[in-house]
Design a protein around this ligand. Sequence first.
Ligand code: 5GP
Length: 212
Amino acid sequence: MAEPNPEPIQRRGLLYVLSSPSGAGKSTIARMLLAAEDELTLSVSATTRPMRPGETDGKDYHFVSNDQFDAMVANGEFLEWAHVFDRRYGTLKSEVDKTLADGRDVLLDIDWQGTQQLKQVDPDIVRVFILPPSLEELESRLRGRGTDSDEVIAGRMERATAEISHWAEYDYVLINDAAEICAAKARAILEAERLRRSRRTGLVDFVRTLTG
Ligand code: 5GP
């Protein structure tokens, strides 16, 4: 996609939510979006799940203990939080606030439960759901390196189907049959949403310069 022109009109930052069943390629799309969009920052969630090899604390997640998570809930530090796969995950107000204060947009990689809660807190969020191109493709992606038992795979497929059942709660739905194309569409949504009149706080003054 051609680079958009720099946009001179001041605007409110937006919250861009990406959800999908695991195996639909959401992390790849999120990585591509972040690499292409200078004004977009990932909201780093807090989680009680253990760190995986290759992950960095503070970059992929804020990895916290159950007690720490409890304290954060009690202190009202979350915009939303939910149980996912028997662990807890939550969006920190501080992550979102600091990005919006910088005049930037926030990318949130959260599940359907978090999306529902966030919509209550801020009706202005942009919700994007990514679907796999087929069940076969999803299963082959979930099988990954082929080290998991059929039982583990069946469990993952069940969770993926449960997540997919929430597709209609989203504003936009993308089918990820090719990551590059899907990421370009995700960028197009971001560009269009940035141009919404309601978010462009500087528009009134600009139009005044035109009309006197
Ligand atoms: P993973 O453990 O594979 O990184 O993430 C598992 C799931 O948790 C993903 O579907 C991801 O979108 C979701 N998730 C990650 N962070 C949050 C969060 O802060 N809130 C909610 N509700 N879900 C999250």
